[in-house]
Design a binder for this molecule. Structure first.
Ligand SMILES: [Zn+2]
Length: 155
């Protein structure tokens, strides 16, 4: 299945798992080299493999094996959750940092529910964000690179 087909399929999964109504049309998805993605969004200092930017859509690191690797697919799924959040306006009334945290918690929960089907849940990331609300108020949270990346680019 190609990238567009996976995007359409995973958007439906993300909507079902996240409790969203009929999903909007899929966002644009572009593939960048790992180095480009990292350099562009975190000064080369992270290994972010996906990002969602409200004005540009989803950026994925090249080399993800969507056909064979559920974990790789779950990265696209995670970013699609951010797209659904954005288009649905979920968490839009919260402060930037609270919205960032709640968006990440939901995206990781959906990602885990998806990976559960394959007995590959990553666990703990959403829980860690939930018990660390202070991350919003102390600057850089020790979250996963993607989370910091998303936060840094959130409007
Ligand atoms: Zn995220």
């Amino acid at each position: 299945m190609d990238l567009a087909a996976w995007t359409t399929k995973l958007l439906i999964s993300a909507a079902l798992l996240g409790g969203y109504k009929a999903p909007p049309p899929p966002p644009p998805v572009a593939v960048l080299s790992q180095a480009d993605l990292s350099a562009r969004f975190c000064g080369g200092g992270c290994r972010a493999r996906g990002a969602y930017l409200p004005d540009r859509g989803i950026l994925l690191a090249e080399g993800l094996d969507l056909d064979a690797n559920p974990r790789d697919r779950s990265i696209l799924l995670h970013e699609l959750v951010h797209y659904l959040q954005d288009t649905a306006g979920r968490f839009a009334s919260e402060s930037d940092c609270d919205a960032w945290r709640d968006r990440e918690i939901e995206a990781y929960h959906v990602q885990d529910r998806y990976l559960d089907r394959y007995n590959m849940a990553i666990g703990n990331v959403a829980a860690a964000l939930e018990v660390a609300p202070a991350a919003c108020h102390t600057g850089a949270p020790d979250g996963p690179p993607e989370a910091m990346l998303f936060r840094g680019d959130a409007p």
